[in-house]
Design a protein around this ligand. Structure first.
Ligand code: TYD
Ligand code: MG
Length: 459
């Protein structure tokens, strides 16, 4: 007989302890330890060689990998091209997809509009909003509402029962943190509830082959709330990001068992829902024709998608003692590093200057290829020389002042040429093996930072 043993488990983070504790040492929450009984196999039992016996539990046998045939998976393709792209070409039947994001970013809007636009039967389960609220949102989205069903419920058993009766082609659960399983005592949103409900939904999805979208909230630190196991259980994890003060939203894949994680979906929040953006560069570049100093264009890449983004810098004389440094959409420490490189390697002094940097459109760019454009904007603002509108930049700066090669240079050049740019500055190392005649754009290679500075003297 298995012997039972008592342990204490923190309801908030899953930490275990042999004795009860008032405060969890791991997550610092109070009164979260609950007693659990675990069955432990006795030593004799462990020692029994169960595999020696005839046992009908062992019906599955190992197969040669070459003997396994793949059935044709027909993905459910939604009308939303960006969502299809992020999921690797559509929704795989029986898959579990987790969508995380900050409150108010548009998760419910995205999923509701997907539900409304599907030609297949979709069940939208919500534990957060009322039927009327959903109906009001659906009216706002102005889509066909015939195939979408709404079900307001928090109990996972009731949800799965209705799902098996209605037999939809797609299920959406908004959100996992408000769903609870009646078989567990803890409150909805706690680690054990989230884990239990997700496992129930997973079993349902795999047995019925119905794909399920799960909405997950995000913690202050930016990770999906609940146990990390949640991300291990599901097949796909996508994150919806963006600055709520701007209209741009990015749907990014963090994990995908059925496709690449390099893909990225871009949306614009409008008064009638989220609009997929096919050509982000056209929206991210400023529309006016006037030339201002301090502004330049970077040929960046997000995932696999090239995007041309405007970077703006303002360098002005500091009137207060300590000069200010401020960066929006860019790492402030990296800006400080670039300023130090400009001082040391190019003799440009920003010590007595306030420096403000802004990436247009509210985007956060981590692609190092933006460095060159940032330097161009800084130098342009410092010297009050404007950069011609038809010029763009792609290169990373090293501490020695050299311009380093960046990945996917061809995609960047092609995008710049497509948008009508006439000149692109890139690292000399990137030109190796590059057929420069192939592109309808002048490619100017740079080795060191001084070459860019001397370019400014000739504008
Ligand atoms: P919501 O989708 O509820 O976000 P989440 O589920 O991630 O918390 O809300 C998104 C925000 O978008 C909300 O503040 C209202 C706004 N919105 C629009 O701008 N246009 C629209 O068509 C809709 C439906 C919402
Ligand atoms: Mg919501």
């Amino acid at each position: 007989m298995p012997k039972s043993k008592k342990i204490f488990v923190c309801d908030n983070c899953g930490n275990t302890s042999v004795k009860w504790e008032g405060k969890c040492a791991y997550c610092n929450e109070w009164n979260t330890f609950v007693e659990k009984e675990i069955k432990e196999e006795t030593k004799q039992e462990k020692r029994k060689k169960v595999w020696k016996k005839e046992d009908d539990r062992f019906t599955k046998t190992p197969k040669r990998i070459s003997e396994i045939t793949i059935g044709k998976t027909i993905r459910i393709v939604s009308t939303d091209s960006e969502l299809n792209r992020v999921l690797g070409g559509g929704v795989v039947p029986g898959s579990l997809i987790l969508i995380g994001g900050q409150p108010g970013i548009g998760k419910s809007t995205l999923l509701l509009q997907t539900a409304l636009r599907m030609e297949k039967k979709v069940l939208y389960v919500t534990g957060e909003e009322s039927e009327e609220q959903i109906k009001m949102r659906a009216n706002r989205l102005e889509d066909n509402q015939n195939n979408a069903f709404i079900y307001v419920e928090n109990n996972v058993d009731s949800i799965l029962k209705q799902c098996s009766e209605l037999k939809p082609d797609l299920i959406i659960v908004d959100s996992i943190q408000v769903i609870y399983s009646p078989h567990i005592d803890s409150t909805p949103g706690s680690v054990s509830q989230v884990r239990e409900c997700t496992t129930d939904i997973l079993k349902f999805a795999k047995e019925t082959n119905i794909p399920v979208f799960i909405v997950g909230h995000i913690t202050k630190e930016g990770s999906i709330a609940g146990p990390k196991v949640l991300e291990h259980i599901v097949d796909v994890v996508v994150q919806f990001e963006g600055d709520r003060n701007y209209n741009f939203r990015i749907l990014r894949t963090l994990k995908n068992r059925y496709g690449s994680t390099e893909e990225l979906g871009i949306y614009e929040m409008t008064s009638t829902g989220l609009r997929p953006v096919e050509n982000p560069s056209e929206l991210l570049l400023s529309q006016n024709d006037e030339n201002f100093s301090g502004s330049s264009v970077a040929a960046t890449i997000e995932g696999l998608r090239p995007m041309l983004i405007e970077t703006q810098a303002l360098v002005s004389t500091a009137i207060y003692g300590t000069p200010q440094r401020s960066a929006t959409g860019f790492d402030l420490r990296r800006l400080n590093m670039i300023l130090a490189i400009l001082e040391k390697r190019a003799g440009l002094f920003f010590g007595q200057k306030d420096v403000f940097l802004n990436i247009a459109g509210g985007l956060k760019v981590i692609d190092p290829a933006i460095d060159l454009s940032i330097i161009a904007s800084l130098v342009s603002s410092l010297n009050d020389i404007s950069i011609p509108k038809n010029t763009c930049f792609a290169g990373e700066i090293s501490l020695t002042g050299e311009i380093r090669a960046v990945k996917n240079i061809e995609a960047r050049i092609k995008e710049a040429a497509r948008l009508g740019f006439e000149k692109i500055f890139i690292s000399e190392n990137n030109t190796k093996g590059l057929n420069t005649d192939m592109f309808n754009i002048k490619i100017q290679s740079l080795k060191k930072i001084d070459e860019l500075i001397s370019y400014f003297q000739n504008i």
